[in-house]
Write a protein that binds this ligand. Structure first.
Ligand code: G3I
Length: 378
């Protein structure tokens, strides 16, 4: 017996651009959104994939891009139906928000965030401080005090604008050097490090905590997943940065492990588990923030590529869960149709990369079913 429910309101974009939905599909979606109980009630109505995280499970999410949002309904529907969390991939970065010192272009991110919230989904912010995607006017600043004023003002006004809508922020992104302790220093030689020194990190965390006390504060970085000395150094440095922030009295709620997984490399499950346990001892959570699979070094066709992806994603999740239950697993996009990976690391044989949970035609990869099952187990 299907428990009738008020159809969820069409989202703003669908109201204006899409044919009206049948009440049944809206009922189905609103039931999925209301959690496991309602889902059980519609089981007789045919197999329904739990598109939303049931209460006990780990929420799955993905980063969405504004360029495709209006022009590709299938793209929008995939995010609506597959995700519990949807975040703007680029629209909250300094360079896209602030084309000039006077401008705060909030509208694209507002549309994405408010659309997600109107669907009953959650959202998060990426990112206040990064070495990349900074506008020329910012990097032209030479005075330390001015750079500090700009950083504080940016975080204060942006965090205030989104307060109550974003459950967490990547306060800083990729502050570690690519090879810490190698040819580089421990921290990446960014504009912020050059102008403010390492203090830009606690400055950002302190400002964010004051500007939006309700948001969880995250330090986000990459290459924390694999076996090898460089990855060990990056995990160790991340823990040091967290401890230093805490010792200075700053709140660090979680570490974001980006999870750009090279499927020719080996995940160090034990080191990842130890990393999660060490964070737990510090009272710090973890989440996967940018999951995708980089397959340019894996020979073969789609089946071989997807099998290598299944292994690396499975090992990654095993390592995460062995350390502590992740707060969320978020993919960096949803469909192979739109991904940074093939542009950045194209496959040597010229065949299409297969980085994301859905292929170019929005068909789920075999490994995505494994992810869903793992997250549903909680
Ligand atoms: O929005 C402008 C558009 O108006 C303009 O016409 C076009 C011209 O090139 O550029 C558009 O901005 C692009 C932006 O993506 C939005 O599409 C930037 O050029 C482009 O550099 C930017 O690339 C993003 C990249 O970060 C740099 O910000 C990728 O989509 C995004 O996937 C990638 O994501 C990063 C994470 O933020 C941090 N971790 C690594 C990850 C992959 O590099």
């Amino acid at each position: 017996m299907v428990i009738a429910a008020e159809p969820a309101a069409l989202d703003a974009v669908e109201r204006t651009t899409l044919p009206s939905h049948s009440a049944a599909s809206l009922t189905r979606r609103s039931l999925l959104r209301s959690g496991a109980g309602a889902l059980a009630a519609v089981a007789g109505a045919g197999a329904l994939r739990p598109a939303r995280a049931a209460p006990a499970s780990v929420p799955f999410g993905a980063a969405i891009q504004f360029e495709m949002f209006d022009i590709d309904a299938a793209y929008r529907h995939a995010f609506r139906d597959e995700c519990a969390i949807v975040l703007p991939m680029n629209e909250l970065k300094f360079g896209l928000l602030r084309p000039s010192r006077e401008q705060f272009l909030f509208e694209p991110a507002d549309r994405l965030v408010d659309w997600a919230l109107s669907n009953g989904q959650r959202s998060r912010g990426h990112t206040f401080v990064w070495w990349s995607t900074n506008p020329d006017w910012l990097e032209a600043i030479t005075d330390e005090a001015e750079a500090e004023r700009v950083l504080v003002d940016h975080i204060e006004r942006t965090a205030d604008h989104f307060r109550g809508r974003l459950e967490s922020w990547d306060v800083v992104n990729e502050v570690m050097a690519h090879e810490p302790g190698g040819r580089d220093g421990p921290l990446r030689d960014s504009f912020w490090l050059q102008r403010l020194g390492p203090r830009h990190i606690p400055l950002a965390f302190g400002t964010a905590a004051r500007a939006d006390p309700s948001a969880r504060l995250v330090i986000n970085d990459y290459d924390l997943e694999f076996a090898g000395d460089r990855y060990d150094r990056r995990r160790a440095l991340t823990l040091d940065l967290v401890r230093q922030l805490q010792d200075a009295g700053h709140r660090v709620d979680a570490v974001g492990i980006q999870g750009h997984l090279y499927s020719h490399l080996k995940i160090d499950r034990e080191a990842l588990a130890r990393f999660g346990r060490d964070l737990k001892v510090l009272g710090v959570g973890l989440l996967a923030t940018e999951l995708d699979v980089i397959d340019f070094q894996v020979p073969g066709g789609p089946d071989e590529i997807d099998e290598a992806a299944r292994v690396v994603v499975s090992d990654f999740l095993d390592g995460l869960f062995a350390g502590q239950r992740p707060e969320a697993v978020i993919a960096w996009g949803l469909t192979d149709r739109y991904s940074w990976v093939p542009d950045a690391m194209p496959r040597a044989d010229g065949s299409p990369s297969r980085p994301l949970p859905l292929d170019r035609d929005y068909r789920p990869k075999p490994w995505f079913a494994d992810v869903r099952q793992r997250l549903t187990q909680g």
